[in-house]
Design a protein around this ligand. Structure first.
Ligand code: SF4
Length: 365
């Protein structure tokens, strides 16, 4: 049934769908346009790949395949918080564990919604269940008590497990501490009514999009009429805008940036398929030259250009040196001469310069 998943609303989008039911319809339309233009669907995303690698590490209970020391530190924090949660919940050896399995909600015999919870644990008497979502990135999720993704996953589990009476929701993150939430079966069934109502509205053709901060994660952003109206509407000039309202304008600009990026990406696909289709525009492939054996290149060019000119043209990554150093330090067990702190070793050779400030979200608020 997995090929049906993409055309049906799913738990991962339900937080946005509860606010904007048009999002599902827009996402399907935009996806069809991209596929028509030649998108294969296998496009990588650095952050999504990082999240997947962390999930794999958690389920293998090994950080060996994680790329950076920061990832490994995050993994250790997640595992510690996970063990603490399971201890508090009263996990037992003969609990049933379900990992990343897709669950379905039906209307009569027709599937209408699905979700793939990261981790479910069900007590041996099948009366209690814990639903856990692992979040390794910096995006702060709504607390479990008001997290639509977890509520909708509980609805899916309730349909599969008619005996479960008590559902515990928790999000485990290395960056934030979330409060677990306990819901009873009646509350989950009440939420199911809300979910089914939302799903029936999402199916209707004429439902109106409603913009919000969630738009930047919506697959339909590129063709959304509400976003186009926002893009065309007049904004208050910063000199007239009260500072307490500036956050709203900045949120809107974030949506516009994503919209512009998606429109450009779409026309890149179109031009890649039909190079003459947009008068005045073309795609140019950029090529990058990568040094395969830096030491050999140095031996070949230093006799001609000199040592200084060579080092002036080489950029060294302090972050990568620090990561490599910490990796050695991390594997050092009983060494008689333990490796020094990398910051102490590098300090005499480093000058710190303040760069131009960037405007970013305060993730703690
Ligand atoms: S971009 Fe925003 S308003 Fe438009 S469909 Fe998506 S979520 Fe709704």
């Amino acid at each position: 049934m997995d090929q049906d998943r993409d055309s049906l609303p799913s738990a991962s989008a339900v937080q946005r769908l509860m606010q904007c039911q048009a999002s599902h319809r827009m996402t399907l339309k935009a996806r069809a346009m991209r596929q028509e233009a030649g998108e294969s669907g296998g496009k990588g995303d650095e952050w999504r790949d990082k999240g997947t690698a962390m999930h794999d590490a958690i389920f293998k209970q090994s950080s060996a395949d994680l790329e950076t020391d920061q990832d490994r530190m995050d993994y250790s924090k997640i595992m510690k918080r996970f063990r603490e949660f399971l201890g508090g919940w009263g996990a037992m050896n003969d609990d049933t564990v379900i990992r990343e399995e897709r669950l379905w909600l039906h209307h009569e015999i027709t599937p209408i919604f699905s979700g793939r919870p990261d981790y479910i644990r069900i007590s041996p008497n099948r009366k209690r269940a814990a639903i856990i979502d692992f979040k390794s990135l910096w995006n702060k999720a709504p607390e479990p008590r008001e997290n639509d993704q977890l509520w909708s996953q509980a609805v899916l589990l309730a349909a599969e497990e008619p005996e479960v009476q008590e559902f515990t929701f928790q999000i485990i993150s290395p960056h934030y501490v979330y409060q677990p939430h306990l819901a009873n079966r009646m509350e989950v069934l009440d939420y199911e009514v809300k979910l089914r109502t939302m799903l029936s509205v999402a199916e209707r053709e004429g439902n109106q999009p409603k913009t919000g901060d969630y738009c930047k994660h919506c697959g339909g952003l590129m063709i959304c009429p509400a976003i186009q109206r926002e893009a065309a509407s007049k904004s208050e000039h910063p000199s007239e805008l009260k500072l307490e309202n500036a956050g709203k304008l900045l949120e809107r600009l974030e949506r516009m940036e994503k919209y512009i990026k998606e429109v450009r990406e779409y026309y890149k696909l179109v031009l890649a398929k039909e190079p003459d289709s947009i008068p005045g525009w073309k795609i140019i492939e950029k090529q990058m030259r990568i040094l395969k054996q830096p030491a050999k290149i140095r031996d070949a060019v230093v006799p001609v250009i000199g040592d200084k000119a060579f080092w002036d043209s080489v950029s060294v990554s302090i972050t990568k040196i620090e990561a490599a150093w910490e990796k050695v330090k991390g594997t050092e067990l009983m060494s008689k001469t333990p490796t020094q702190n990398v910051n102490v070793v590098l300090a005499p050779f480093i000058t710190i310069r303040t760069q131009e400030a960037s405007l970013v979200r305060d993730k703690k608020k």
